[in-house]
Design a protein around this ligand. Sequence first.
Ligand code: ADP
Length: 313
Amino acid sequence: MILTVTMNPSVDISYPLKKLELDTVNRVSDVRKEAGGKGLNVSRVIKLAGEKGIATGLIGGNLGKYITSHLDEVGIEHSFLQIAQESRNCIAILHEELQTEILEPGPEVTEQEQEQFIRHFTGLLEQADTVTLSGSLPVGVPKDFFQTLIRIAHSRNKKVLLDCSGECLKRATTGADLPYLIKPNKQELEQLTGQSFDVDSPGTFIKLISSHQELQKIPWVVVSLGKNGAFAKIEDNYFTVRIPEINVINAVGSGDSTIAGLAVGISNHDLPENILKRAMAFGMLNAMEPQTGCINMIHFEHLFNNISVVPCH
Ligand code: ADP
């Protein structure tokens, strides 16, 4: 079973407008409100793939209730810890082919609530074999919090897949207990290492990883490259994953869908080649749908069969 962690979930509101007028009233008719957050996207895709998962994290107030009722509606099992302050809204205004976002910081989490969550998480681990940690941390939570969760999961032989960026990723990839897998995109890997690589040259990726001892110690490093597929390091082996061209509708959440595919494959002990193929297929399936964190499995087999995993040296 896969446990997904979303520390700062949100009610995502989208307002489609023909034109955004400043300093006046904008009226919107087609409002969409969803439970948002990277880990919840992962949960949604796991559910759509017909696999077992449970979503956890922190929620608070009426918006927290909205989030869990939305998960109930779509049949996603969850076990969030209630905190004192209210969960956040995130607003996306879709106008003139642009997306203007207004993001609240979310609740401030006390030290006591963090300790409660660690106990809650530890209890949930009993049911899980694989854990995904995604997205940002709320106000008050230290940047090395994921490291703490990784250490606890590690001590219980659970595999942790980490998808975060910036300081959180840096801390979690330099600690004593490392995640089983990280999935940065190109920009996140370059920011982490301070080095660049060329998507057309697997050699530059191998060189980059080889010059970072910490990254070499992480069993799986999957670097997703949008329409260019992915590079991967699995133990001491390197691979290029090539994907076919698709008709992209909305690629937001493709990285989260890729994490869902990796988690499903790892949880099911699939062959590495098939794990990578499923992960790419889920990312692509999400990009083919208008909604974020949504896949239509009807097209899965066709995509899966057209993805190639090529060893590189
Ligand atoms: P992130 O959302 O984390 O930046 P990516 O953009 O690299 O992640 O997308 C993850 C995966 O989703 C890719 O490796 C690929 O399989 C698929 N994907 C994303 N964008 C596209 C695209 N434009 N065309 C085809 N596949 C895509």
